[in-house]
Design a protein around this ligand. Structure first.
Ligand code: BEZ
Ligand code: FE
Length: 283
């Protein structure tokens, strides 16, 4: 292990790892790609220090409310790559997309027809759909978790002074697989850009915006869990999502209505929106 050339060094580091087969597979590949990267760009020592400083600051800003490493993975496209590798499904099944950092375990329980917005600022939006299997048969009693940003582009957890959930909750599909609830019309919003990931985006002359969307996580016995979004049609950021999460068939139609009767029979005295989207689960 002396006088190693660049290539010998890579092989020596790989040979130094033992452990399980899977650990070695991952460690070997990581070292090979990491060394190849540094060699390819002829990394300077100053750049190496800048990289260490970047990762150190990414760690320091991360706590139980903010996960800068997930955000980094998201903007590097790693999250969507991992989603793709792990969610190969039949074409009829609804596609997955990024989980994002704003899911909260233990969201409030709602019944169909309730208002998940729970006071979130925004234009009222009635959302409905069915949970179906690959043959179009209803999936009853599916657990449907929903979370979204308000009209100012913030999730409830981003408000330091808000101690109530807002724009999030869970409900269950009925015997026909149907679900329906009120919330607010989602808007495009920037991912948190006031930390190291924001600096990375600025250095690359990239924007922080995500197209308007509503997050869904759907679990049902005998089916793969689906983590996805419904994106709003017509959004100006559909082709420049900061985290590369858009799939064409996840774009839903949000329809604007003047005051009047809503699909659930309620009488609206303000303009409102409706959106219908079916979720198809793979076994
Ligand atoms: C989100 O959609 O909530 C999200 C996803 C990735 C990074 C930041 C936010
Ligand atoms: Fe989101």
């Amino acid at each position: 292990m002396r006088n190693l050339t660049d290539t010998d060094l890579t092989e020596a580091v790989i040979a130094s790892f033992n452990g399980s087969e899977r650990f070695k597979e991952i460690a070997d590949s990581l070292v090979r790609h990491l060394h190849a990267f540094a060699s390819e760009v002829q990394l300077t020592e100053e750049e190496w220090f800048a990289g260490i400083d970047f990762l150190t600051r990414t760690g320091h800003i991360t706590d139980d409310k903010r996960q800068e490493f997930i955000l980094l993975s998201d903007v590097l496209g790693l999250s969507m790559l991992v989603v793709g590798i792990n969610n190969r499904r039949p074409p009829e099944a609804t596609e997955s997309t990024v989980f994002g950092p704003f899911f909260v375990e233990g969201s409030p329980a709602f019944e169909n027809g309730d208002d998940l917005g729970a006071g979130a600022p925004g234009e009222p939006c009635f959302m409905e759909g069915r949970v179906l299997d690959l043959n179009g048969e209803p999936v009853p009693d599916a657990l449907i978790d929903v979370w979204q940003a308000d009209e100012d582009g913030f999730y409830d957890v981003q408000y330091a002074d808000l101690d109530q959930p807002r724009g999030r909750g869970h409900l269950r599909s009925d015997a026909d697989g149907r679900f329906w609830f009120w919330s607010v019309k989602p808007v495009a919003y920037p991912i948190p850009a006031d930390g190291p990931v924001g600096e990375l985006l600025a250095a690359g002359a990239r924007g922080p915006m995500r197209p308007a969307h509503v997050h869904f996580k759907i679990e049902a016995e005998g089916f793969q869990t689906l983590i996805t979004h419904v994106f709003a049609d017509g959004d100006e950021y559909l082709d420049s999502d900061a985290v590369f999460g858009v799939r064409s068939n996840l774009i839903g139609h949000f329809e604007h209505h003047e005051p009047g009767a809503a699909p659930d029979g309620s009488e609206m005295d303000v303009p409102f929106w409706t959106m219908r989207y079916d979720m198809v689960l793979a076994p």
